[in-house]
Design a protein around this ligand. Sequence first.
Ligand code: ADP
Length: 306
Amino acid sequence: MGRIVAIGECMGELSETETPGMLTMGFAGDTLNTAWYLKRCLNADWHVDYLTTVGTDTLSQRLVDFLANEGIGTHHVRRLADKTIGLYHISLRDGERSFTYWRNDSAARRLAADPAAIATALSDADIAYWSGITLAILPPADRITLLEALSQFAGRGGQVVFDPNLRPRLWDNTDSMRGWIHRAAAVSSLCLPSFDDEAAHFGDATPADTAARYRDQGTMRVVVKNGPGDVTLVDASGGLQTVAVPNADAIVDTTAAGDSFNAGYLAAELRGASMAEAASAGAALARKVIAARGALVPQAVGSTEN
Ligand code: ADP
C-alpha cells in the first residue's frame, strides 16, 4: 500500500443556480481535484492524503468532512483558530465563466508555516503532489520551507510531482513567478505543465521547448499537455515522444482538464504503465471530465481504470 500527499489550497466554490439569487456551495482547488481523481482511480491500493490548513469554523469543518467522505486522508489538515478557507464565486453568462475570489487571507496560506508538520506528513509517503498555485499562495519564507522539505523528501527517494499551473495574478510579478516556478521544478522529478500557459509566460515556441526548459532546471521527466494537441513526453534519459489525444465528443466545461489528466496519468504509472500509456490514460480521463459540468465528475472515472 502506497501513500500520496497532495499539498495545496482547497476553496469553497459558490456557484449560481437556475433560480436567481440562489447559490450552491461546493469545494474545489487544483491539487484537491487531482487528489480526488487519484483516489477514485487508485481506489484501495493507495492512501491519498491532503496537506493544507483550514480554520476551526463550520465552513472549514465542512471541507474536512467533504475530504473524508471522498476517501481523502485528513490527518494532515491543520486547524488555525483565526483563519478560514478561501472562497470563490463562479458565474456563467452566455457560456463565459467569470470568477470572484476571497482568498488573500485564507488559512491555506499558512500551510507551510510549520516545518515539523510538513516533515511528519511526508515522512512515510511515496509521492508528493503539488503545484505552482500551492507555491504562489505562500509567504516567501514558507516557500523556502516547503522547497526544502520536498528536496529532503526527494533525497530520501520520494517522488515529487509538480504542475506549474501558472497564475500570474497570484504572484507579485511575472519575474518572481518564473523564478519560483523554476526552483519548484528543481526539486521535482516529474513536471506536468500545460503548453498554453508556458508559451504565454515563458515564451516557449513549442511543447518540446517547454520540456527542455524544465529538464534544464533539473526535473527528470516532463509531460507537456496541450489542450486537444498531442501530449509531449520527455523521459529520464531525455528521449522525446508525442502521444495523440483523442477527439472530444463534447466540450461542456474544461475546468479541471489538466488536473484530471495529471491524476489519470499518475494513476496509470503507479499501475505500471509506460509514460506513453499513462499519457493516453490521462487524456482519456480528461476527455470525460470536459464533457460534463464542474471540476469533479464522478461518472468520468470507471472505464479508464484498466
Ligand atoms: P489545462 O486544463 O491545465 O489548461 P490543457 O488545456 O492542456 O490543460 O488540457 C489538459 C488535457 O485535457 C489535455 O492534455 C487533453 O488530454 C485534455 N483536453 C483538453 N482540451 C481538450 C480538447 N479540446 N479535446 C480533447 N482533449 C482535451
